[in-house]
Design a protein around this ligand. Structure first.
Ligand code: ZN
Length: 401
């Protein structure tokens, strides 16, 4: 068994609350982490570190858990740079461009889709993302949704069936029929490759009744629930997510007090000594507001109400073509009134909670050996030095990349 020790860590963010400094970040100084067979087996002071077969000298840098990007759409063809340019010239975002990507995705070969997924997965990993959730949603036929998820499942176990992304053009005047297709043959074909089901619950996409029916069908087949909710305007998505015990409601840009109360009502005291969490996480996607030049969600309001917040990229060719979690952290701090510590927690432990995973987003014995060595002495630099490539090295499943 080959062991690997990362030592001389100036600042180790463990996300084990109640240990070390920094509250929920559980920061340890002059620390070391021992890894065996893809798992963390020991965390402690460098001076006490056990012997190891291989050693990586962190040279006083900061180390943190790998980023958990709990919301991405990587299976698509083509890009929509022209649409972005038009928006920046003043056109509003409506979500209508999704159909452009659907046309291109249906026309692409499996190998073309696979190449894009792998390219973006590698791009994200270079920027410190060790776990990435991948949605379907640009196929919108039985065969195209199933193949999208089959290809996604080759690179991630966190795959999400999003047949209810938009009603495709050929069903534009028959939305009830399309919902029946999604709940029936499409779900059956997709479910073997999916862990989650998601619906774009928004004006112009799916209303509460359709979204509830689709999500309930997915739950009946054992899929966990996530919802695209309250992005373009106020709506029923957040409260529907709470009603169905969604792991996460995503976007949350337009929230009423009742939406916040519903999320806060899912709060429970957990054994992790950091004051409890909500079972339904609010996942904020500031890359979407950036790329659509829209007002950012109010993270402060959610955090002050005790709602658990995650940050994710929403990487997709239309409304947020970034795979960079450090960029999202910087936006969250600058534009959403999050502290750097809150943003780093949300991009690691928060994402893990949005995927209901206890083995990632944290560095303690038994956790996956997914970690980032920064080219910086502190996690603060992720927001303090925006746009700078600060990821010196990534360990994914204990393997240096
Ligand atoms: Zn999305």
């Amino acid at each position: 068994m080959v062991s690997l020790l990362v030592y001389n860590i100036g600042e180790l963010v463990t996300n084990v609350a109640g240990t070390g400094e920094g509250g929920p970040l559980g920061i340890q100084r002059r620390a070391a982490v021992l890894v065996e067979q893809g798992e963390v087996v020991w965390v402690g002071p460098t001076g006490d570190a056990p012997a190891a077969d291989r050693r990586i000298d962190a040279e006083g840098a900061a180390v943190l858990p790998g980023f958990v990007d709990s919301h991405a759409h990587l299976v698509f063809a083509g890009d929509r740079a022209a649409e972005f340019a038009a928006r920046m010239a003043g056109q509003p975002y409506t979500g209508g461009g999704i159909r452009t990507t659907v046309r291109a995705t249906r026309a692409a070969s499996d190998d073309e889709l696979r190449a894009t997924v792998r390219r973006l997965r590698a791009e994200a990993l270079r920027q410190g993302t060790t776990t990435i959730e991948i949605k379907s949603g640009y196929g919108l036929t039985v065969a195209d949704e199933a193949r999208s998820l089959r290809i996604a499942a080759e690179v991630s176990r966190e795959t999400t069936f999003l047949g209810a992304h938009v009603v495709p053009a050929e069903y534009a005047d028959r939305p009830d029929e399309y919902v029946g297709l999604v709940c029936g043959p499409m779900l059956v074909a997709a479910a073997p490759y999916a862990r989650w089901i998601d619906v774009f619950c928004e004006r112009g996409a799916f209303d509460a009744d359709h979204a509830r029916a689709i999500l309930a069908c997915g739950q009946a087949l054992g899929l966990g629930v996530r919802v695209h909710a309250n992005q373009l305007g106020p709506g029923p998505g957040v409260q529907l997510g709470v009603e169905l015990d969604a792991a996460s409601v995503d976007h949350c840009t337009h929230l009423t007090d009742a939406d916040i109360d519903a999320l806060a009502s899912t709060r429970f005291d957990c054994m992790c000594h950091d004051g409890g969490h909500t079972t339904t996480v609010a996942t904020l996607l500031p890359g979407a507001e950036f790329s659509t030049r829209s007002p950012y969600p109010d993270a402060r309001r959610l955090l002050d109400a005790g709602v658990t917040v995650a940050l994710a990229t929403d990487c997709n060719p239309g409304s947020s073509y970034t795979s960079s979690m450090p960029f999202c952290i910087a936006l969250a701090v600058r534009e959403m009134q999050m502290t750097p510590a809150e943003a780093v927690w949300a991009a690691t432990a928060g994402g893990a909670r949005a995927l209901r995973r206890g083995d990632i987003g944290v560095l303690r014995p038994g956790a996956r050996a997914d970690l980032i060595i920064l080219d910086a002495p502190s996690h603060l630099h992720l927001a303090y030095r925006p746009g700078v490539p600060l990821i010196r090295q990534v360990l994914h499943n204990g393997v240096p990349r």
